[in-house]
Design a protein around this ligand. Sequence first.
Ligand SMILES: [Zn+2]
Length: 502
Amino acid sequence: MHKLTYCLLAILLLSACKTVQDVALTQPILTDKDLTKKTVDVNTIKGHIYYLASDEMAGRDTPSPELNIAGRYLATSLMRYGVKPVEGFDDYFQQVPMKKITPAQAGTISFGAEKLEIGKDFLCLKGGNLDTEAEVVFLERGTAEDFDKVEVAGKIVVVVAGLEGQDNPQQWFFAGADKLKIAKAKGAKGLIELYSSVQLPWNYLVNFLNQPQTIVDDSEVEAFPHIWVNASNVAAITQLKGGNGLTAQVKIDGIKEEILKTYNVVGMVEGTDPVLKDEYIIYSAHYDHVGIGRADERGDTIYNGARDNAVGSVTVLSAAENLAKYPTKRSAIFVFFTGEEKGLLGSAYYANHPAIPLEKVVYCFNSDNGGYNDTSRASIIGLTRTGAQPLIEQACTAFGLKAMEDAAPEQGLFDRSDNVNFAKKGVPAPTFSLGFTSFDEEITKYYHQPGDEPQTLDYVYLTKFFRSYVYACRLIGNTDGSVFWNEGDKYYEAGKALYNKE
Ligand SMILES: [Zn+2]
């Protein structure tokens, strides 16, 4: 090579190095806070919320065509951001099998000279339409020992609801489920429990239970009847209790089942760290609400659910947009649940059928909202229960908010939202919520009301709130520290079992 070329090369190399250095000096490495601000802005948030909580969404009831449209919007948003589908959910949808059960419209239990009428005298807790006749056998409380004393195959088993020492109808439900199992296993034809409670009088019970129910299930309804009989009809009850040799005819009719199509929306972003990317964090929110209902004083019947939970859905969307563009060390899974308002159905289904096994999921950062009455804070239900507390506090402080623990513990919010389905499995799972100091009028004015509409939200506050959430997501996704449950927590042991911790 010519000498001059050498020199030229050397000069070129030097100047190249200088350029790289200059660039490094003028462009400092962006922090997680900077990266948060790069994507989370007020107009994007507004656009999402105004769409999801619009009247056209008809309150996003589960199930409804509008809920599926909202789900499609979330899925295509993930697509647009470059969030990838998880294997097995190639279109970002996880079908959640649900069915709606309309209770029996007609039914009688006849024996001797007695005829009990459905609703007035008895309720069908479980079972399908049927017309059957069988001998009655009374088994006191129906404990396992009681069942061992008498042959019940082919008979209708009559027991007193609940177990000795239980006076709470809620406990009776669970006790009844056990009795039902034994009765079925032993070949009985049905289970009748005699119900009498001062706490929950019969007419309240009927109002509460005798309405359509939506449940996660794709199995066939079994005909096997589980019945509660109002024990106030003394003559009838005496016969049922004494009735060896007594035959009863049970007729149930009008139970209808409708299979529903609803979906969780799921997507993921792979982490950047060769080791930590095998750890996943779930960012989740439910996107359903309660649909159309009773009109308010303005005559509005659409329950828009802007706070509950378009806001939560959009916090997760904001995290998805940000993490797809600037991934964290850990991998991220974004999940939007269906059927929360029907009893946390979508999250329960997801927790039992996770896209990525839960032992690989180190944290679930859920977002759900009833409303707010304090724009100086974010309320994190479960803030003080996991190792992520300082990270969440740091994120909120950075955007001018105070991170506060649940201000209304009497509401039992931790165990009333989707996060609990993960907590029960052992995954540390708090819920990020709009700031509230108590469940006061400012909250109840909007909570599950037609007035919970996009134009009633404070978007200056929301921008801080969304940035705090996304920044916290980044800190949790990148931290070298532990985000596990604090020792002694209600779900600490479940967590140790899930992750095989010592
Ligand atoms: Zn909610």
